[in-house]
Design a protein around this ligand. Structure first.
Ligand code: PLP
Length: 413
């Protein structure tokens, strides 16, 4: 049963693999702008934005937005102290300073009172993250910034839906970005997208986009190869044997990754920001065309989990397809040990800057400065909701572990 909780490539299927296979040897078409433009257009229409530009990763899309907002050395960019380290890195690459704001424990989003204390005359941007897919109230944050020259960027890496703007996403901010890496709602193996409805910002992103390069053809080949291998080997049906081969491929360095998570200076060994390649855009188009099913499944799994551990209102779960279903528990590490086969170290955000485990001062985070975020990291477990998660497997899991989880749940009002 453990295989059902394997967390990579949850949003892709064999049709996506077929697209990757059909395109992997068409090297001359890797940089074909037409497919990329189609992807950008489809994505912006679906999400409800006027302008969209795809990049090689979410962090690159964020970096490009910071640059387009003319964030400079010594400017301050506020981010939640419960995010992925690459978000903080992108701010460092620009030369600005990440300022960390604490989170609310009931939605893992920015704590407004703490935010008010963190805004200074140097604040240039506030980045609002809809963690795990739970909407943070951007309207409230917008009110605080009224009369100040502060931009708001929404991080949609965990929240993606059709008609986002109908749900107030992107409505109160200046720009948004998302990630389409292999653990997210749209999976182009690696990838990201910057969105805006503001024509002036759009013109500036376009300039950055136009002068950006693609990754090398060899890197793109490796990305497509990694995508194919991962979808086949880490598929629930093949997992038991597949994971062994996958680990061998990883050891042999056949699996592509940016490996920049701990790097705080602009990477020089590949273009940063880089444009997304055309084959990845084609995979993205295929997934956008079936996003409705993807989101419905995520809602179904979230509502099913909620039956056992009821942490959220049904209204919230009906409205959004959670990327992961989070719950705070007393002894998270013990529970993870008991369910080790299921989680396989795949819990998200067990440190304030996911993927950085020490030396937080390098990215300007002071231990103890955001107590709620640090508490959440120690106590969170979170369940994936993607289409490879089988309803029956979730039921079996909770029949077995329901009582231990429930007796340890930390209830937050
Ligand atoms: C909240 C959040 N923002 C941004 C990112 C960065 O996305 P990418 O890995 O595509 O650069 C991540 C990555 O997981 C994330 O979790």
């Amino acid at each position: 049963m453990f295989s059902f909780f394997s967390y990579k490539s949850g949003s892709s299927n064999m049709k996506d693999v077929k697209i990757a296979l059909q395109n992997i040897f068409k090297f001359q078409k890797y940089y074909d702008h037409k497919n990329i433009e189609n992807y950008n257009k489809l994505f912006s229409n679906l999400a409800g934005f006027n302008y969209a530009y795809s990049f090689g990763s979410g962090r690159m899309a964020f970096y490009s937005l910071l640059e387009s907002l003319e964030v400079k050395k010594d400017d301050e960019v506020i981010i939640p102290a419960y995010t992925c380290v690459v978000v903080a890195n992108a701010i460092k690459y620009i030369g600005a300073k990440p300022i960390y704001v604490d989170i609310n424990l009931n939605n893992f989003g920015i704590d407004i009172n703490n935010l008010k204390q963190k805004i200074t005359h140097k604040t240039k941007v506030i980045c609002v993250q809809h963690t795990y897919g739970i909407y943070s109230d951007v309207k409230e944050i917008k009110k605080i910034t009224e009369g100040k020259e502060v931009f708001i960027i929404e991080d949609l890496a965990h929240l993606l839906n059709d008609k986002l703007t109908e749900n107030n996403v992107g409505v109160y901010s200046d720009a948004c970005y998302t990630s389409t890496d292999h653990t997210k709602i749209i999976n182009t193996y690696l990838g990201g997208m910057a969105f805006t409805n503001n024509i002036e910002i759009s013109k500036k992103i376009k300039k950055i986009y136009d002068r950006s390069n693609f990754l090398s053809r060899f890197s793109i080949f490796k990305i497509l190869f990694s995508f194919i291998i991962e979808n086949i080997l880490i598929h629930p049906k093949n997992y038991k044997i597949g994971i062994i081969f996958y680990k061998i491929f990883r050891k042999l360095k056949f699996i592509y990754n940016f490996n920049d998570d701990l790097i705080t200076k602009l990477p020089l060994n590949y273009p940063y920001p880089a444009k997304l390649s055309a084959p990845q855009a084609l995979i993205g188009i295929n997934q956008l065309n079936k996003i409705e099913k993807n989101i419905q499944h995520r809602k179904k799994i979230s509502i099913l989990i909620n039956k056992y551990i009821s942490c959220f209102s049904i209204e919230l779960l009906n409205n959004t397809g959670l990327l992961r279903y989070p719950v705070l528990v007393n002894n998270a590490s013990d529970i993870m040990k008991i369910c080790q086969n299921i989680f396989e170290n795949s819990i998200w955000f067990t440190t304030v800057l996911h993927n950085r485990k020490s030396n937080f001062n390098i990215v300007d985070y002071q231990i103890g400065s955001c107590p709620n975020a640090e508490f959440a990291c120690k106590h969170v477990i979170n369940f994936p909701t993607h289409e490879k998660i089988d309803i029956k497997a979730v039921e079996l899991f909770f029949e077995k572990y329901n009582s231990i989880i429930n007796s340890n749940i930390i209830s937050i009002k």
